[in-house]
Design a protein around this ligand. Structure first.
Ligand SMILES: Nc1ncnc2c1ncn2[C@@H]1O[C@H](COP(=O)(O)OP(=O)(O)O)[C@@H](O)[C@H]1O
Ligand SMILES: [Mg+2]
Length: 354
């Protein structure tokens, strides 16, 4: 408001701003502060802080008396952001800065920032929703594990070997599902917190595609179901081989499970307007594809279009891995009418090689 930012009107600030002078009287109360506190600026201006902004902590203690900015420790420089209450239990996030002329001199100004709690509420709510979804996802396989083991233990003699085998197979599959879900959740927490590590080394992505196709045909899929096209002149690719395997594995599994007909996998040099080189992999099938209106949602957590098993986490992880490599992924409709997923990875060579 002084010379540093000439012409800045406190009312332009998105957050609430309250300033008190060396006597503790309010000399600035901007429009956002009035909105957040529901206290009109004209009412607050000129009054002592504890009357103008009667904050209390969550235990009902009067905040200005408790923190005593003008009389308290002379080394204190402010207060970190806290959730405080105004009369009527209105919640506000408050942080304060004690402006002193000399490092331990008297407080000349008290600058207070106010923010509403809606944004934080929203993230809290989405965390709560995530926990509820995870709990639900874990409960259904565990319910079946518990049910079948309890039944087997209680009535072991009454079942034939075939019946017992069938139950144990279900238990086995459900236990695998829980294990996989937990592995995926750990990946997600790494992606969301930016802790996903990419250990780059040269990757032969054509060979990786070949291995994945082979795994599917060894697992009983007809070799006719796959059509692989590898362009001859591919740029080098430095990437994390395990994570690329995870991406290919997920996309192929989806194409086989959710799609139909021939699954086409194409590996080609990236075509882009800029000079940046890279590798593009396209996986398409001839199944029902992703409905137009859902294309924006396929990469979100727990989104599932069909009921053919799955946790709905695969594509979220795929996108997280591709982006951690500096790449991009898109979804569209393939030439055969099915879903088409296309991801592009930059060369990613270490700096000393470029
Ligand atoms: N190739 C595909 N064809 C049709 N639908 C697909 C395809 N790939 C993914 N989907 C849809 O996207 C949803 C999310 O995929 P994903 O995140 O891998 O979860 P999951 O495979 O565990 O269901 C799937 O449930 C499915 O409805
Ligand atoms: Mg999947």
């Amino acid at each position: 408001m002084d010379d540093a930012c000439p012409g800045i009107d406190p009312d332009d600030l998105p957050d609430g701003l309250v300033v008190a002078d060396e006597t503790g009287r309010v000399i600035c109360f901007n429009a956002a502060a009035a909105r957040i506190t529901a206290i009109p600026g004209a009412e607050a201006l000129g009054r002592p802080l504890e009357q103008a902004l009667p904050l209390e902590d969550l235990k009902g203690r009067r905040w200005w008396q408790l923190t005593d900015p003008y009389g308290g420790l002379a080394t204190r420089v402010g207060q970190p952001e806290r959730n405080l209450l105004l009369p009527g239990n209105r919640e506000v996030l408050v942080s304060a800065r004690y402006v002193r002329e000399a490092p331990t001199g008297p407080v000349r100004r008290l600058v207070i920032c106010l923010r509403g709690t809606e944004a934080r509420r929203r993230t809290e709510r989405s965390h709560a929703e995530l926990i509820a979804t995870v709990a639900h996802e874990l409960r259904s396989p565990l319910t079946s594990v518990k049910g079948f083991t309890a039944t087997l233990l209680a009535k072991w003699e009454r079942f034939t070997d075939d019946q017992k085998r069938l139950m144990l197979e279900t238990v086995d599959a459900d236990a695998n599902r829980v294990t996989r879900l937990i592995a995926e959740l750990l990946d997600i927490s790494r992606i969301d917190s930016g802790r996903l590590e990419v250990r780059r080394q040269p990757v032969d992505i054509a060979a990786a595609v070949g291995r994945h196709v082979q795994a599917h045909t060894a697992g009983g899929q007809s070799p006719d179901r796959f059509f692989v096209r590898i362009h001859r002149r591919l740029p080098t690719l430095w990437a994390d081989p395990d994570k690329i395997d995870q991406v290919l594995g997920n996309l192929l599994e989806n194409a086989v499970r959710h799609g139909e007909g021939t699954v086409t996998i194409e590996v080609a040099p990236a075509i882009s307007k800029s000079d940046e080189k890279g590798t593009t992999v396209t996986v398409s099938d001839e199944g029902p594809g992703i409905p137009e209106e859902s294309m924006g949602r396929v990469f979100t957590r727990f989104w599932r279009g069909s009921k053919r098993g799955g946790t709905g986490l695969g594509l979220y992880i795929v996108k997280g891995i591709v982006e951690a490599h500096g790449g991009t992924i898109t979804v569209g409709r393939g030439p055969g009418g099915g879903a088409e997923f296309r991801f592009t990875l930059p060369v990613g060579a270490p700096a000393f090689l470029t």
